[in-house]
Design a protein around this ligand. Sequence first.
Ligand SMILES: O=P(O)(O)OP(=O)(O)OP(=O)(O)OC[C@H]1O[C@@H](n2cnc3c(O)ncnc32)[C@H](O)[C@@H]1O
Ligand SMILES: [Mg+2]
Length: 216
Amino acid sequence: MALRLLVASRNAKKLAELRRVLDAEGIVGIEPVGLDEVPEFPEEPEDGATFGENALIKARSGARATGLACLADDSGLTVDALNGMPGVLSARWVGSHGDDAANNALLLGQLTDVPDDRRGAAFVSACALVWPGGAPGPGFTSGPDGAEIVTEGRWPGSVLRAPRGEGGFGYDPLFLPEGSDRAAAELTAAEKDAASHRGRALRALAPALRVLAEQA
Ligand SMILES: O=P(O)(O)OP(=O)(O)OP(=O)(O)OC[C@H]1O[C@@H](n2cnc3c(O)ncnc32)[C@H](O)[C@@H]1O
Ligand SMILES: [Mg+2]
């Protein structure tokens, strides 16, 4: 029987990306389930100082509430000219949560006077996997809600001067990946997954997911 893995995100587009990369990795014996398929549980504030801390907050609370192995991503855009911000505040840069258009407009405004050679930025994703009852073993350490592992992926690039493209979500229309002549929002889903911070973090987690699938 396949092991049920809770993929804990309230962001539908992020969730779709996580599911897509999991699918592409072809890990046999894991069945991803969404938050809408488990009984509701209270959300904990994402108040960590780093992406890794926040990813663990989400994955630990999902695992604790459901008893299922739980995967969570915490991610954002770090902009050099803003000393790494919006960073962990990316989803709520305007103050309220999850308004992509307003976040993008604010970021563009903040960078109006920043010249092209200082518009460097990177997307960062931390993916955390928490396994209740799991043994610390290859890659896993012991945490309060089970064995756990955190991986990180980075996608370097720069911030454009105007939005481009309709794909992806969040800051994708403003992000020009290094070596690309198209914005992240102009890439196909497969192109984004191959290069993105989330794709990289999740692929780094694949060996641990295979261990989990085998021992279930
Ligand atoms: O916490 P969950 O429920 O997973 O959903 P969320 O949208 O709140 O996710 P985060 O707390 O990790 O915040 C991530 C924000 O960073 C931005 N972001 C992350 N990954 C991105 C990507 O691939 N493309 C564009 N923007 C991204 C976007 O604004 C997200 O809302
Ligand atoms: Mg969030």
